[in-house]
Design a protein around this ligand. Structure first.
Ligand SMILES: Nc1ncnc2c1ncn2[C@@H]1O[C@H](COP(=O)(O)O)[C@@H](OP(=O)(O)O)[C@H]1O
Ligand SMILES: [Mg+2]
Length: 413
């Protein structure tokens, strides 16, 4: 079982990762992500995800405070995450359209957002209470950031902008306001995942991971908590206010930055003449020997066939236990070189939503990794709200990725 100390292999990996992490930290000074064609959009996306991360954190604090009050089961398990989901979608949608940013290319060809939520229930009579809570949460967050508050109508409209069907033409934002809703409720991992598609391909991605620590010990603790309970609040909650943003732009690399660090909005970049840039550490995947590799998978067994993933791993020479985390945080962890692969084998008739992978995939690819379906076909985001791919997801550094795909072929599924 993952997370128990007796699993041995993880202890060795932990020491190795620790040494590697401090060496990397020393070697890497904070670098500037030189903006390219989408720099202004990336800046906008980063600010939007930062606002949504604040909103989610505030909502999660409320959730924890309310844990011991006599709420109904439905309130406990559904409402808090619903309020935060809808609030995060509203604030990201509003921010992308309204934060000042003159250089954004997406401002020139109309706004299109493919996102998970809609406001249908909020507009109904029985949705009145939820509606008030969403509007309050959005406005508390905006006020806390010195921004003007929104009317109820503006909040509902912002949510409904997410109805776009996407496609292979023009540009479309793709948003999962809270990816890993079970992780959010269980005080584990979740992500605010935002990407921009241009002619069907992700060209930038931002992952806000408010609960993530990248220390190997913390990853172990999270896995242990996830394994022992998939619903209860656990001690693995990030208490110190850390958390990460992962950002990537096509052909510009992938970066990680502390979630609390504001983007450098002043000063110009001497080399490129860009109006500002994003501070962070460049990240890359770590192509270790399969013997030292750790693969990642969903916490939920109903989202992925864990037994098959185990067989594929073993057939590829990976013998260590898997690391189980919720959401696209998994892509960020691999892109940072803290784990080696992500495998996902859902039911054969399951169609993946594009918002569950768009941001994670470009961050992985810009960190030097490969992301495909289980036949090795590149993910195709160009055909609407679901991926135009075969079943499954495999993400890893190039050599290991090849091995995993060969193993899947050899084992058959
Ligand atoms: N039966 C199923 N099989 C595979 N994925 C599923 C699923 N039901 C839901 N999902 C997706 O899996 C995502 C979570 O991924 P993971 O399990 O890796 O944390 C969910 O995102 P949300 O949490 O945003 O709904 C949801 O879109
Ligand atoms: Mg999701």
């Amino acid at each position: 079982m993952v997370g128990k100390k007796a699993s041995g292999g993880r202890g060795g990996q932990r020491k190795r990762v620790r040494t590697q992490a401090s060496a990397t930290a020393k070697a890497q000074s904070v670098s500037r992500m030189k903006g390219g064609r989408y720099e202004a959009d990336l800046r906008l996306a980063t600010e939007a995800v930062r606002l949504a991360s604040k909103l989610c954190r505030a909502s999660q604090l409320q959730l924890r405070e309310n844990e011991n009050t006599n709420q109904t089961k439905r309130d406990k398990l559904e409402s808090p995450v619903t309020v935060a989901d809808l609030g995060a979608q509203a604030i990201v949608s509003w921010a992308l359209q309204n934060l000042p940013n003159s250089g954004a290319v997406t401002r020139n060809d109309g706004f299109s957002l493919v996102a998970e939520e809609d406001s249908d229930f909020l507009r109904s009579e029985e949705g009145a209470d939820l509606r008030n809570r969403v509007v309050d949460l959005v406005n508390n967050t905006l006020r806390g950031s010195g921004l003007k508050e929104l009317t109820e109508a503006e909040v509902l409209l912002a949510i409904d902008e997410g109805r776009s069907e996407g496609g292979s033409d023009r540009r479309h934002w793709v948003l999962d306001p809270i990816d890993g809703t079970r992780g959010f409720v269980g005080n584990r991992q979740y992500a605010i995942a935002l990407a921009l598609l241009d002619e069907g391909e992700p060209v930038l991605g931002v992952l806000g991971c408010p609960n993530l620590s990248l220390e190997a010990e913390d990853l172990d603790a999270r896995t242990a908590a996830a394994t022992s309970s998939s619903e209860s609040s656990s001690s693995s909650q990030q208490e110190d206010g850390s958390g990460y943003l992962f950002v990537a732009e096509k052909r510009r690399g992938a970066y990680k930055v502390g979630i609390e660090i504001e983007a450098g909005s002043s000063g110009s970049d001497a080399e490129s003449g860009a109006p500002g840039d994003i501070l962070g550490h460049r990240i890359s995947v770590d192509e270790v020997d399969p013997n030292d590799a750790v693969y990642m998978e969903s916490v939920e067994t109903k989202h992925s066939d864990h037994a098959f993933a185990r067989k594929v791993a073993e057939n590829s020479g990976i013998n260590k236990d898997s690391l189980k985390l919720d959401s696209q945080v998994k892509y960020g962890v691999i892109a940072s070189g803290k784990a080696s692969a992500f495998m996902r084998f859902p039911d054969l008739d399951y169609k993946e939503w594009i918002w569950d992978h768009a941001a994670g995939a470009i961050i992985m690819e810009e960190a030097g990794g490969v992301v495909t379906d289980s036949e090795g076909k590149k993910l195709d985001f160009s055909k609407g709200r679901t991926l135009n791919n075969g079943n499954g997801i495999v993400a890893a550094p190039p050599k290991l990725h090849r091995k995993l795909i060969e193993s899947i072929k050899a084992l058959g599924r």
